[in-house]
Design a binder for this molecule. Structure first.
Ligand code: C2E
Ligand code: MG
Ligand code: MG
Length: 697
C-alpha cells in the first residue's frame, strides 16, 4: 500500500521474486476494504499517505477480525524513536526504512513471514493448551478429582482448581499450603495422612488411603487419596504428586448396597444372608470344646391371613412391631440364671413371617427353652395397629450347635425342621431339633411348674447331717439339706432342683422356706431339751446378692428366739465373686448379728485364698472332691495340708466334707481338722433318726 505508483511497481517486482502474489492499494481506505474482502498473508504499509495515514490504517486493520494477526511491515522515512514507538503501538509487526532497499525488503519480508508463522503455531499451541487445561479442569470437576504437587520440605503446594473446591479453600494466592491442606482433613485422619506424606518423602513410596475432609463450610466428605513420587537423579524424592477423589457418594451407595444386601428393608433387621455370615463367624471364633449356641427359628402363625385381609401396610407394620418387641425384650438374662452382663440376642428376619434368634451364650442346650417360652409370651400380648387389635401366636424351632449341625446351613435346616415339627405338634409352641432335648426341656419345664408349689404343698423337707467335733468326740453341729419329695416325680435330688430354682428365680421363696424351717427345727430341739446344736444352712448366691438376706435372718432369729451363734450360713465361693459392695455389706451385717459364716465346697472355686482373707469367714468346708482323694493321689493330701495350715493361721475352723473311709478320717484327725462330716459319721438323716442318734450318743 503506497500512494506512489513507482514504489508500488518496484515493490511488486521484489515481492513477486519471492513468489508472492501482490494486491496493490493507493490509500488506506481502499486498502482496508480490499483487506476485508480477502485477507493477505502480509501487509506492506507506507506511513505517509494522503487521507488516513499508515498508523491509522494499521490501527483500524488490527481492529478488524481478519486483521488481528496479519503481519504488518511498515515503511517510513523517519526512524526516530517516537515514530517507531508509534508504529509498534498501532500494531506493526516490524518496520523498514524508506527509501526502500529492495534486497533488504526481501530479507525482511522473509523474516517477518517466518516469525509470524512460528508465532502463529505458538499461539495455536497455547490455545490448545488452554483448551486442554480447561478440559482437564472440567473433567476433574466432573469426576470430583483434585490434583496437587508438593516438593518435600516446602510450605507451599500446587493445587488444582478442583482441589480448592474439595478442600473448601478459597482460591487465593498463597492459600495452597501444606498446613491448609492438613487442617481441612478430619482431625482423626490427619496423623495417618501426615505419616503417609512423610513416608513418601523419606522412602519414595507411593500410597493410597481413604480419609475424611471437613471443609470450612459444607458437609464432611470422604476422599480417596493417592500419591506418587518423582525421584531425582540421587534417588531422593523430588516431587510428590497426588490426586484426591471425592468418593462420598460412592461410599454412600456402597453402604446402601450393603444395607440392601444384608438387611431386611421392612424391619431393618439383618436378613438371612447376614445371619449366615454371622453364624460362620461365631463358629470360627468359638474355639473351646464346650462352645455352644442355639439358633431359634420363629414363625408367626397365619400371618398371611392378616396380610390378605388387612393389607400389606398393616402386615408390614405388624412385622416391625414384632421386630421391636423381640429386639427390646429378649435378653440373655432371660435364660441365664447366673449374674452375667446382659446383652441382646441377635435377631434377624429371614422371610415372610420368619425370624431367627441366635443365643450365643448358653451354658447348656436346655437354656434355649426358657427363651423360646419368653418369645412366645412376648408375642402373646395383642398388637394394636390402626384400630385393629391383632393377636398373634407363633412356633419356635430350636437347633443347638454343634449337636444339631456344625455349619450354618445344617443348623438352619435343623432349626427349620424343628419349627415344622412344632407346627404339627405344639403343646409348648416350641420344639428342639433333637428328641432327647425335647424330653429334657419338657422335664425341666414340668419340674419348674411343680417346684413352684412344692413349698406350699409341703413337699419339701429338711434332712440333717451331723458334724463330729474331733477334739471332743461329740456331735456339735448339723447341716440342713433340702429334699423334694414330689408327688409327681418322686424324690428329686437337690443337685437337680436347686440349680433349676436358681435359674427360674424360685430360689427366693424356697431359700426362705429352708431358713425358716431350719430355725424353727433348732428351736424345737432346744425346747425338747437337747443340747444346743449348731445348724448349717445352705444359702445360694442369689440369696446373698438379692439384699434381703440380712433382714430375713434377723427376723427369723427373733421369731425363733435363737442364739445367733447357733446358725451357720453356708455360702459358696461363687457368691463372693465379683466386686459388688452389697455382698460385703450383707456379710458384715450377718457377722454383726452374730451369725456364723462357712465357705462351702472350698477348693472348687476360683481364687480361694483371697476370698477367705477378704471376708469375715468362721469356717471352711473342704470339698468332698479333695477328701475322696486322700491317699489316692498325693497332691490331694498336699492341698488339704495347705488348706489346714492356712486356716490355722487365719484362725478359721475347718470341716472336712464327704468323709467316707477310716483312712480319710485318720488322716484328717492326725492333721488337725476340726470337724468331720460324711457317711463315715452319718448320712443326712430325717429329724427322728437324727434325734435317735443324738440320744444314743
Ligand atoms: P453341699 O452343701 O456341699 O452338701 C453336701 C452334699 O454332700 C449333700 O448332698 C450330702 O448329702 C452329700 N454328702 C455328705 N456326706 C457325703 C459322703 O460321705 N459321701 C457322699 N458321696 N456324699 C456326701 P445333697 O444333699 O444332695 O446336696 C447337694 C447340694 O445341694 C449341697 O451341697 C448344696 O450345695 C445344695 N443344697 C442342698 N440343700 C440346700 C438348701 O437348702 N439350699 C441351698 N441353697 N442349697 C442346698
Ligand atoms: Mg453345704
Ligand atoms: Mg459342700
Amino acid at each position: 500500500m503506497d500512494d506512489d505508483p513507482v514504489i508500488r511497481v518496484l515493490a511488486r517486482q521484489a515481492l513477486a521474486a519471492l513468489d508472492f502474489s501482490v494486491e496493490e492499494a493507493e490509500d488506506g481506505e481502499s486498502a482496508l476494504e480490499a483487506l476485508a474482502q480477502s485477507p493477505p498473508d502480509l501487509v506492506l504499509l507506507d506511513v505517509e499517505m494522503p487521507g488516513i495515514d499508515g498508523f491509522e490504517t494499521c490501527a483500524r486493520l488490527r481492529a478488524l477480525d481478519v486483521g488481528r494477526e496479519i503481519p504488518v511491515l511498515m515503511a517510513t522515512g523517519r526512524t526516530d524513536s517516537e515514530t517507531i514507538d508509534r508504529a509498534f503501538q498501532v500494531g506493526a509487526t516490524d518496520f523498514i526504512k524508506k527509501p526502500l532497499d529492495w534486497q533488504l525488503l526481501q530479507h525482511r519480508v522473509r523474516f517477518v513471514m517466518r516469525a509470524s508463522h512460528a508465532f502463529g503455531e505458538l499461539r495455536q499451541t497455547l490455545a490448545d493448551l488452554r483448551n486442554s487445561q480447561q478440559r482437564l479442569a472440567s473433567a476433574q470437576r466432573l469426576a470430583g478429582i483434585g490434583h496437587w504437587e508438593w516438593t518435600p520440605g516446602e510450605r507451599q503446594m500446587l493445587w488444582s482448581e478442583e482441589l480448592y473446591r474439595i478442600l473448601g479453600v478459597e482460591p487465593r494466592a498463597g492459600a495452597s499450603t501444606l498446613d491448609a491442606f492438613l487442617s481441612a482433613v478430619h482431625a482423626d485422619d490427619r496423623e495417618r495422612l501426615e505419616k503417609a506424606l512423610r513416608r513418601a518423602a523419606a522412602e519414595s513410596t507411593p500410597w493410597s488411603l481413604d480419609h475424611r475432609i471437613v471443609p470450612a463450610s459444607g458437609s464432611q466428605r470422604v476422599v480417596h487419596h493417592r500419591a506418587e513420587v518423582n525421584r531425582g537423579a540421587s534417588g531422593a524424592a523430588e516431587l510428590i504428586s497426588g490426586t484426591v477423589q471425592d468418593v462420598t457418594e460412592r461410599r454412600r451407595s456402597e453402604e446402601r448396597i450393603r444395607y440392601l444386601a444384608y438387611y431386611d428393608t421392612v424391619t431393618a433387621l439383618p436378613n438371612r444372608r447376614m445371619l449366615s455370615e454371622y453364624l460362620t463367624r461365631v463358629i470360627e471364633q468359638g474355639s473351646q470344646d464346650d462352645h455352644r449356641f442355639a439358633l431359634l427359628y420363629l414363625n408367626l402363625d397365619r400371618f398371611k391371613r392378616i396380610n390378605d385381609t388387612l393389607g400389606h401396610a398393616i402386615g408390614d407394620e405388624l412385622l416391625r412391631r414384632v421386630a421391636t418387641r423381640l429386639t427390646t425384650r429378649v435378653r440373655t438374662t432371660d435364660y441365664v440364671g447366673h449374674v452375667r452382663t446382659e446383652h441382646a440376642a441377635t435377631i434377624s428376619r429371614l422371610a415372610g413371617a420368619e425370624f431367627a434368634l441366635v443365643l450365643s451364650e448358653i451354658a447348656s442346650p436346655e437354656d434355649a427353652a426358657p427363651v423360646a417360652r419368653r418369645v412366645l409370651e412376648i408375642l402373646d400380648e395383642p398388637f394394636e395397629i390402626e384400630g385393629h387389635e391383632l393377636a398373634l401366636t407363633a412356633k419356635v424351632g430350636i437347633a443347638v450347635y454343634p449337636g444339631d449341625g456344625s455349619d450354618p446351613n445344617t443348623l438352619m435346616r435343623s432349626a427349620n425342621a424343628a419349627m415344622d415339627h412344632a407346627k404339627r405338634d405344639s403343646r409348648e409352641g416350641y420344639r428342639f431339633f433333637s428328641e432327647s432335648m425335647n424330653e429334657r426341656a419338657l422335664r425341666c419345664l414340668e419340674l419348674e411348674n411343680h417346684l413352684r408349689s412344692a413349698a406350699e404343698r409341703d413337699e419339701l423337707v429338711l434332712h440333717y447331717q451331723p458334724q463330729l467335733d474331733v477334739s471332743s468326740g461329740a456331735i456339735t453341729g448339723v447341716e440342713a439339706l433340702a429334699r423334694w419329695d414330689s408327688e409327681h416325680f418322686g424324690f428329686v435330688s437337690p443337685g437337680e432342683f436347686i440349680p433349676l430354682a436358681e435359674e427360674t428365680g424360685l430360689i427366693g421363696p424356697i431359700g426362705d422356706w429352708v431358713l425358716r424351717a431350719a430355725c424353727s427345727q433348732a428351736r424345737q430341739w432346744l425346747d425338747a431339751g437337747l443340747p444346743p446344736l449348731r445348724i448349717g444352712i445352705n444359702v445360694s448366691s442369689h440369696q446373698v446378692r438379692k439384699g434381703t438376706l440380712l433382714e430375713t435372718v434377723a427376723r427369723l432369729l427373733e421369731e425363733s428366739n435363737l442364739e445367733p451363734g447357733l446358725v451357720e450360713l453356708e455360702i459358696t465361693e461363687s457368691a463372693l465373686l465379683g466386686d459388688e459392695p452389697e455382698v460385703g455389706q450383707t456379710l458384715e451385717g450377718l457377722k454383726t448379728l452374730g451369725v456364723r459364716l462357712a465357705l462351702d465346697d472350698f477348693g472348687t472355686g476360683y481364687s480361694s485364698l483371697s476370698h477367705v482373707a477378704r471376708f469375715p469367714i468362721d469356717c471352711l468346708k473342704i470339698d468332698r472332691s479333695f477328701v475322696s482323694r486322700i491317699h489316692v493321689d498325693e497332691q490331694a493330701n498336699a492341698v488339704i495340708l495347705a488348706m489346714l495350715a492356712m486356716a490355722r493361721r487365719l484362725r478359721i475352723q475347718v470341716v472336712a466334707e464327704g468323709v467316707e473311709t477310716e483312712e480319710q478320717e485318720a488322716f484328717l484327725r492326725s492333721e488337725g481338722c476340726d470337724l468331720l462330716q460324711g457317711f463315715r459319721i452319718a448320712r443326712p438323716l430325717k429329724v427322728e433318726a437324727l434325734e435317735d442318734l443324738l440320744r444314743r450318743r
